[in-house]
Design a protein around this ligand. Structure first.
Ligand code: F6R
Length: 240
């Protein structure tokens, strides 16, 4: 696991975008695994800037997102589908049919998760998977538990995550209590992983990754088993 410690959120965003832009230049039809949340927004903004500057082309890029609330309509402004359209896809020349987010409106969420997993695995996995990290060390919606799932699945959100995400909703009661999420094995299928973390409230989780020991109590520590992980963080997240 490699750590890149940056002076600011903007620098982190540029670092992350530079890694993705380099891949896109080498492999125009690359497959990107994408995350939502507040952390990658700056990186998406930088990718949009690079696209507008004529440096990167999304016309052949394919994307698979980590997760989605359940149940939620893709038109709901709090859905991760809406988030991705609004923060990235609507501003670049990506083909919408090449973008994939778990379907929060599926009638049978378990079947939808199984289909998402099969379709994703059939691609051979992402060239780069982007991750954020929860204060409790969750990645995607893989929350600290004794047992973690390998594949895409439906999961309940912890109170901690519901409260952390309540800032995006009118009230805490409106935060969906379930989600569809890639599992640990799905995430590990990517050839390269970049994890972004900023702010002091992410320090404990980053510290657990620095330790290099593995526990399902901090799901992100399992990334130590992957051979190409780059953690891009600011000084607060790294040093506390
Ligand atoms: C989002 C996701 C989550 C977030 C994490 C951090 O797709 O999978 O695990 O990455 O909750 O969220 P922020 O960036 O809002 O602190």
């Amino acid at each position: 696991m490699k750590f890149i410690v940056c002076d600011s959120y903007e620098e982190m965003s540029r670092e992350g975008a530079a890694i993705i832009a380099e891949l896109m230049k080498k492999k125009p039809d690359c497959l990107l695994g994408l995350a939502t949340g507040s952390t990658p927004v700056g990186m998406y903004r930088e990718l949009i800037r690079l696209h507008e500057a004529g440096e990167i082309d999304f016309s052949a890029v394919r994307t698979y997102n980590l997760d989605e609330y359940y149940p939620i309509s893709p038109e709901n402004e709090q859905s991760y589908r809406y988030f991705m359209n609004h923060n990235l896809f609507d501003h670049v020349n990506i083909k919408k049919e090449n973008t994939h987010v778990p379907d929060g409106s599926a009638a049978d969420p378990d079947a939808a998760c199984a289909a998402y997993e099969a379709e994703y695995q059939a691609t051979g996995g992402a060239d780069i998977q982007v991750l954020g990290i929860g204060q409790n060390g969750h990645i995607a919606f893989n929350e600290p538990e004794e047992k973690l799932y390998a594949a895409t699945h439906v999961t309940g959100l912890t109170q901690n995550t519901i409260e952390a995400n309540a800032r995006f909703f009118a009230s805490v009661d409106e935060v969906p209590t379930r989600a569809m999420t890639m599992g640990m094995g799905t995430i590990m299928a990517a050839r390269k992983i970049i994890l972004l973390a900023n702010g002091k409230n992410k320090h404990a989780a980053v510290e657990a990754m620095k330790e290099g020991r593995i526990t399902t109590a901090v799901p992100a520590t399992l990334l130590a088993l992957h051979r190409d992980v780059v953690v891009i963080c600011d000084r607060e997240a790294y040093h506390g």
